[in-house]
Design a protein around this ligand. Structure first.
Ligand SMILES: Cc1cc2nc3c(=O)[nH]c(=O)nc-3n(C[C@H](O)[C@H](O)[C@H](O)COP(=O)(O)OP(=O)(O)OC[C@H]3O[C@@H](n4cnc5c(N)ncnc54)[C@H](O)[C@@H]3O)c2cc1C
Length: 508
């Protein structure tokens, strides 16, 4: 296999044309090719710059002519049967990717997930969206795949890391489109990611990984040196050498259990706000990127005394109820692979500094409960953006896609006066960038679960700073935000365990 870098490709070139470009460059026929990277060069005449892998018959001759052989870095850990047991608590992106890596390296892996497997979970979520009957153990936050399962499954991250390709390759191996490797702002869609995650789990089960769904970990078993040596679940006790905490940011009782056991944690800054929703046709007409053929996205950022930014945009998606606790309201967004709902939604969040609250979890829960008390149901709070700006309250200009309905609410009551001013300045700025953003949009909220208000601190070996054998990871530990960064963190933790193992072996 050869690798060709910096290949200039016209914007509208299809696979046949790309093949011709490669053959012209190599001056020979090729068997197959695969795009590895693709980035847009928008200067002067816009075109793509691609990196492609090419399979040719006469590879040696081309190498003699100066072309390079593709030598992928071997990132899989060396397999070796190991005696140690790793318990993984929580099967979201950090849990999934740490489980894969530790299993591939030869550890005994046991995964506990308080929620259900995807098919059953999807039925529970659907029931909730239709009837408003919430299962606090099986919902948008909890179950196989974690919080990212009912999402847009955007795979964007600003992190540069060699394991990004490793993660994407694993998604592709279990059914994702090859396109996620090279598309800007790649996304999988909730319908596809559900199938992919279920296939990964089935594969791991077949290979001997032990899974316990609907079995929450309710306590840690500690020795007298304050080292964790196992877990207690709703069904039994299990010994472990390493315990990975991939618990996400929504399981309050898990945080309480960790607190009770004295695992060190601290407050961290958060952000909160609401979703905004616009007709997708409005966003498409305003976005200048005519190169994007499907639903357009936007990224908005305003720097006032506090930052205000758009987050987790779902083009062609729907606004969803994302609560895990009864009598509370939390919004979020989700898209199917086709992104064809006709509406665009995104969170608009304002920073909240840790000095502004005592207990972050309780602070967020009280907002969610107050929203429910106002609504008297799971209907979300909603207002036209222009009415928010003018301190008015008129009926919504269009129905939100939020499936449980909305009640009119004046978001001017929601924020402190100083934050209110910053938010209104931010909207004016967004309206300059996307004219009509205020006039054409509605707000639905509250959106409170964009990040964890807690960091479970770890040391240089990636263990809890005061509880040996506990490895906090992912969003709930404050070490990730989003599918890719949490998956990467899961790999980082698995690597730390592998590295510890190597060191012990070397000392022997
Ligand atoms: C609706 C929605 C849409 C999103 N869209 C995107 C997107 O498009 N792109 C993106 O990058 N990110 C998105 N995110 C964020 C992303 O999903 C999270 O950042 C990511 O899932 C966090 O991964 P994690 O492994 O840290 O934890 P989670 O995915 O939160 O998983 C934690 C798991 O731990 C389990 N658990 C907790 N306590 C226990 C216990 N005591 N015992 C057993 N199990 C336990 C929970 O049930 C849960 O399944 C979205 C989130 C939501 C809610």
């Amino acid at each position: 296999m050869l690798i060709l870098n910096d290949l200039k490709v016209p914007i509208d070139a299809d696979d046949d044309q790309l093949r011709q470009i490669i053959e012209k460059k190599l001056k020979t026929r090729i068997r197959t090719f695969m795009i590895r990277k693709k980035s847009l060069d928008a200067r002067k005449e816009p075109h793509y710059v691609c990196s492609v892998l090419v399979d040719v018959k006469n590879e040696e001759r081309l190498i003699r002519r100066g072309y390079k052989r593709y030598l992928p870095e071997q990132l899989d850990p060396p397999y070796q049967e190991r005696k140690e047991t790793c318990i993984i608590i929580g099967y979201g992106p950090s849990g999934i990717f740490s489980a894969c890596r530790l299993h591939f390296a030869g550890y005994k892996v046991i995964a506990f997930e308080k929620g259900k497997r995807i098919d059953e979970r999807a039925r529970d979520v659907e029931t909730f969206f239709k009837t408003g009957i919430l299962d606090p153990q099986s919902n948008v936050q909890f179950g196989e795949g974690g919080a990212g399962t009912f999402s847009d499954a955007k795979l964007t991250t600003r992190i540069k890391d060699k394991y990004i390709d490793y993660i994407l390759d694993l998604f592709i191996r279990f059914g994702a489109s090859e396109k996620i490797r090279y598309e800007n702002h790649a996304h999988i869609g909730t319908d596809e990611i559900r199938k992919i995650i279920a296939r990964i789990t089935d594969h791991l089960i077949k290979e001997g990984v032990e899974f316990h769904f609907s079995e929450p970990v309710i306590d840690l078993i500690m020795n007298d040196r304050h080292e964790a040596i196992g877990v207690k679940t709703s069904k039994g006790r299990y010994d472990a050498d390493h315990i990975l905490l991939g618990i996400g940011h929504s399981a309050q009782e898990t945080y309480e259990m960790l607190k009770r056991q004295g695992v060190h944690m601290e407050k961290k800054d958060i952000a909160l706000g609401f979703r905004v929703e616009h007709p997708q046709s409005f966003i498409d007409a305003r976005q200048t990127n005519a190169l994007v053929k499907e639903a357009n996205e936007y990224f908005l950022r305003y720097k006032g005394e506090k930052g205000v930014y758009s987050f987790c945009m779902c083009p062609g998606g729907i606004v969803i109820p994302a609560m895990s606790d009864e009598s509370s309201i939390v919004t979020n967004g989700m898209s199917y692979a086709a992104r064809d709902s006709g509406y665009a939604n995104s969170a608009i969040l304002i920073q909240v500094f840790k000095e502004e609250f005592e207990d972050g979890l309780e602070y967020l829960r009280s907002i969610e409960r107050n929203a429910y008390d106002f609504s008297g149901s799971y209907r979300a709070l909603a207002q036209n953006i222009k009415d928010f700006m003018n301190n008015e309250l008129y009926p919504l200009q269009f129905d939100s896609t939020y499936p449980l309905g909305t009640v009119l609410y004046d978001f001017n009551r929601f924020f402190q006066p100083a934050d209110l001013q910053i938010l209104k300045d931010a909207f004016l700025d967004f309206d300059r960038k996307i004219p009509g953003f205020i006039e054409k949009g509605i707000m639905i909220g509250p959106e409170t679960r964009s990040s964890s208000p807690i960091r479970i601190n770890r040391d240089e070996t990636c263990q809890s700073v005061n509880t040996k054998n506990i490895y906090p990871m992912g969003e709930g530990a404050g070490y990730g935000g989003g599918i890719m960064s949490c998956a990467l963190d899961g790999i980082r933790i698995a690597n730390a365990i592998l590295w510890k193992h190597e060191q012990i072996q070397q000392k022997r």
